[in-house]
Design a binder for this molecule. Structure first.
Ligand code: SF4
Ligand code: SF4
Length: 403
């Protein structure tokens, strides 16, 4: 793991431990602290040790000055926004580190910053091929192992926490939200498509997902070792980065369309185009977590008018008339819960109406996002084994490297 990844992991573990402690889940906090110590000992990194000590001091300072903030006793929307922005910040730092590493290799220099393996999260097709290789042949990829790990992370969040990855972690969703808010400042009206158009547009993301599944499922298992050992796979991350950084005319038009859709309709990209949104939407039906409304406690049962939950929903789900929200578009963002004036009336809950707090949901997502990569790293299934010298060599002839 690079130092950026280790420090992010350490911060997540430390924050998770403190939140578990304040939530009364003392065993969970102890496990998180033990994991942190284990990571510190195994990595034997003085930088990580200093960063941990600094983080502990900062946390103590926060606990002293802003105890409610330190304990996570903040509004649901603040908690979600903080979580999204911190993850986006970590990814931004990773992007800078990755760009520096790649530019130095391209210039033929020995890089003094290493490549963060977490960027392999942006290679979902490679990740799916790797998982197929593991399942069909017992073959573990050595080039971008983190791609399979990060794909597994996202899928697991879907099974356990619905689309909470979209609502609480995805930086693209966050960027879309900011773009939409900016557009709303300029043009105040809601520019919603009519219902007859909304449904077919929503199906677009499933078509894209089907295309990716067809691509991976159609690849013969015997062809996987050749692909994973090929030069294209070794620099698939750079090919992907170049696709975004040096787009052709058609790609530029696609980007412009995506930006317009994201600005035009709230969560437009997630709702209409994101294949991750599609697969997480399908997996969300397996999740035991659902938004559930207790009619007895709801204002409607007292003959009063209320639809605050529905109006707060960015996915335009009709919440106030449902007992259980069963929608592939629900991102478990809990905005509806935050908007409800009767706390007992609406919540994210397990079967049996056992409510799950926003803090618990966030911690579950973070635990999956950070523990699985840490486990993979401890088992030696995280770091790419492709030498920098080979990447440097391939980068010099990148335009000639094809499938
Ligand atoms: S139903 Fe509630 S949790 Fe689901 S997307 Fe709408 S506001 Fe978010
Ligand atoms: S906001 Fe709460 S009280 Fe109002 S309709 Fe929704 S669940 Fe009922």
């Amino acid at each position: 793991m690079t130092i950026t990844e280790s420090v992010t992991l350490m911060l997540a573990l430390l924050y998770g431990a403190s939140q578990l402690w304040w939530a009364g889940k003392r065993y969970g906090a102890i496990v998180a602290v033990i994991s942190l110590f284990a990571a510190l000992i195994i990595s034997a990194s003085p930088v990580l040790l200093v960063a941990t000590l600094l983080a502990v001091m900062l946390l103590a300072l926060l606990q002293w000055r802003q105890p409610e903030l330190a304990k996570g006793n903040v509004r649901i929307n603040q908690l979600r926004s903080g979580c999204q922005h911190l993850i986006a910040l970590a990814l931004l730092i990773v992007a800078v580190q990755y760009t520096m590493n790649t530019l130095m290799l391209k210039a033929g220099m020995e890089p003094w910053v290493s490549r963060p393996n977490v960027v392999d999260a942006f290679l979902p097709i490679a990740g799916a091929i790797e998982i197929k290789g593991i399942a069909a042949l017992g073959l573990w990829d050595q080039t971008h192992p983190a791609a399979a790990v990060m794909l597994a992370v996202v899928l697991l969040t879907g099974i356990l926490c619905k689309r909470a990855f979209c609502g609480w972690a995805c930086p693209i969703g966050l960027a879309g939200e900011h773009l939409y808010q900016l557009r709303k400042r300029l043009i105040k009206e809601e520019l919603m498509p009519p219902r007859w158009l909304d449904w077919p547009l929503r199906m677009l993301k499933y078509l894209l997902l089907a295309a990716f599944v067809y691509l991976v499922a159609g690849m013969p298992a015997m062809g996987i070792p050749g692909y994973l050992q090929g030069n294209y796979h070794k620099i698939a991350d750079v090919k992907m980065a170049l696709f975004f950084l040096t787009p052709g005319l058609i790609t530029l038009c696609c980007f412009a369309l995506i930006l317009i859709i994201a600005a035009w309709r709230r969560q437009g990209f997630c709702r209409y185009l994101c294949p991750y949104g599609a697969i997480l939407g399908l997996l969300s039906f397996l999740s035991p977590l659902k938004i559930r409304r207790n009619h007895e406690a709801c204002l409607l049962s007292q003959g009063l008018k209320c639809d605050k939950c529905t109006r707060a929903c960015p996915s335009n789900i009709i919440v106030h008339t449902k007992t259980t929200v069963l929608s592939d578009e629900c991102q478990a963002c809990m905005r509806c819960v935050a908007a409800c004036p009767k706390k007992a009336a609406l919540g994210l809950s397990l079967p049996g109406n056992r409510h799950v707090s926003a803090r618990t949901l966030m911690l579950t997502v973070l635990v999956i996002m950070f523990f699985l990569p840490m486990l993979a790293w401890l088992l030696g299934y995280w770091e790419s084994q492709t030498p920098e010298a080979m990447r440097m060599q391939l980068l010099q002839m990148i335009n000639h490297v094809g499938h």
